[in-house]
Design a protein around this ligand. Structure first.
Ligand code: SF4
Length: 409
């Protein structure tokens, strides 16, 4: 098979991995690979490094042959899809060629499991090693790790890769057992724990060998099982706390050709994935806890973002006086982000904060108005019901852009 044919198959097969895909991207469908935003053709996707740079990555699988039969996966053993396999040298050559032509800044490499977890992991490590040691490649490398692989191989991967990720796949052990019977949540968490230990060692001893400087991440599939957002977000919160993950990625389940009966025929609303990313951002950056963001129904609201939903459910905090409130509470006001909360606090050290200051800070005035008090403004009457506010502020498409940071490598 020609290299280009392999590339077409293995770039297409990699698009289901959300770990370096745009969180608000159009539906990832296995049909129609030329649609808007499709990560097709040469397998180049845009992603964000931890320092916020937008980078282009060659996103491919080493192979889509797999001895496992995960029900939600297009590459599962029993799936009837064209298969291909790169050699280590082919991946290295593609990466170097694309890099030299300025097409890419780095490589995102994952793989189906061939022969054994150790054998597959050896191949992934071999690609990264050859890039770093033979070609002096200084670009970004994100390697998927195989949880069952020997910890020594995962350690070796961390020496060459910027980021490692181990997919937790599904939010509950029961779901993993049912839909990915060859996988084991205990083993997955053990691999994450080992990576965390190595990251901690490196942090404590800067002279220790380099190890995954961009940390570790994971991915959870949304909508392949019956888990609601409450379960997903609580699992994410536990993972952040236990394994110091940089990111949890949420991937809306994408129905696959000839799907087994154990997985849904229709995808979840893509907005559900987006709301999870927004809630996740609030956990990581705003000090929210999952339980504060979760409604009784179990799923995040689709019509309004989670921060607005929290504010409407906690009217007792509002309207909030911007000249007196704690900085972390100001950041919880809908329409005011962390940076503007800091600016407001700096400003009020010099003088009273006024309505025009918020306009200058480009806050969303329609959104903040019911929730704030300034030196010259107070909402006319605080009797507008939360339902009325909710209807007035129900989401508009532009709000998809409220969390630009969501798409990280
Ligand atoms: S291990 Fe499971 S999820 Fe990974 S490629 Fe194989 S079938 Fe797909």
């Amino acid at each position: 098979m020609e290299l280009n044919d392999k590339l077409e198959i293995l770039a297409d097969a990699a698009k289901y991995d959300a770990s370096c895909a745009s969180s608000g991207a159009p539906k990832r469908s296995s049909e129609g690979k030329d649609g808007l935003g499709a990560t097709n053709g040469m397998g180049i996707c845009h992603s964000y490094t931890p320092d916020g740079r937008c980078v282009s990555l060659l996103k491919i699988l080493l192979t889509n042959f797999c001895v496992y039969d995960c029900q939600y996966c297009v590459n599962r053993r029993t799936s009837n899809v064209p298969r291909a396999r790169f050699t280590v040298q082919e991946v290295v050559k593609l990466t170097v060629d694309f890099y030299l032509r300025n097409y890419i800044d780095g490589l995102f490499l994952s793989s189906g499991i061939i022969q054994s977890a150790d054998y597959t992991m050896e191949q992934l490590v071999a690609v990264a090693r050859e890039l770093r040691e033979v070609h002096q490649f200084r670009g970004y490398i994100h390697l998927k790790t195989i949880p069952d692989a020997d910890p020594a191989l995962i350690e070796a991967a961390g020496r060459y890769a910027d980021r490692l990720s181990v997919n937790i796949e599904l939010p509950t052990q029961d779901s993993v057992q049912k839909l990915a019977p060859e996988k084991n949540v205990h083993t997955i968490k053990l691999a994450m724990g080992n990576i965390r230990l190595k990251l901690d060692e490196k942090e404590a001893e800067p002279r220790a060998p380099k190890f995954a400087p961009a940390g570790q991440s994971t991915q959870m599939i949304v909508g392949a099982d019956a888990s609601d957002d409450a379960r997903i977000l609580t699992t994410a919160e536990t993972l952040y706390g236990s394994y110091k993950l940089k990111r949890v990625y949420y991937s809306a389940f994408s129905p696959i050709p000839e799907s087994p009966k154990s997985v849904p025929l229709a995808p979840p609303p893509l907005l559900r994935e987006h709301r999870l990313y927004q809630a996740d951002f609030l956990l990581r950056s705003y000090g929210f806890q999952a339980r504060e963001l979760l409604p009784a129904s179990g799923n995040l609201s689709l019509d309004i973002d989670p921060k607005l939903a929290w504010a409407l459910a906690h009217r007792e905090h509002f309207p909030m006086d911007l000249n007196r409130a704690e900085p972390q509470m100001i950041a919880r006001i809908p329409g005011i982000g962390i940076r503007n909360a800091q600016r407001i606090v700096e400003l009020r050290r010099m003088r009273q904060v006024r309505w025009a200051d918020l306009t200058r800070l480009r806050c969303s005035m329609k959104k903040v108005a019911p929730f704030i008090v300034t030196a010259d403004y107070r909402p006319a009457r605080d009797t507008t019901s939360s339902d009325t506010l909710r209807r007035a502020m129900a989401d508009v498409p532009q709000q998809m852009a409220l969390f630009p940071e969501l798409q990280a490598a």
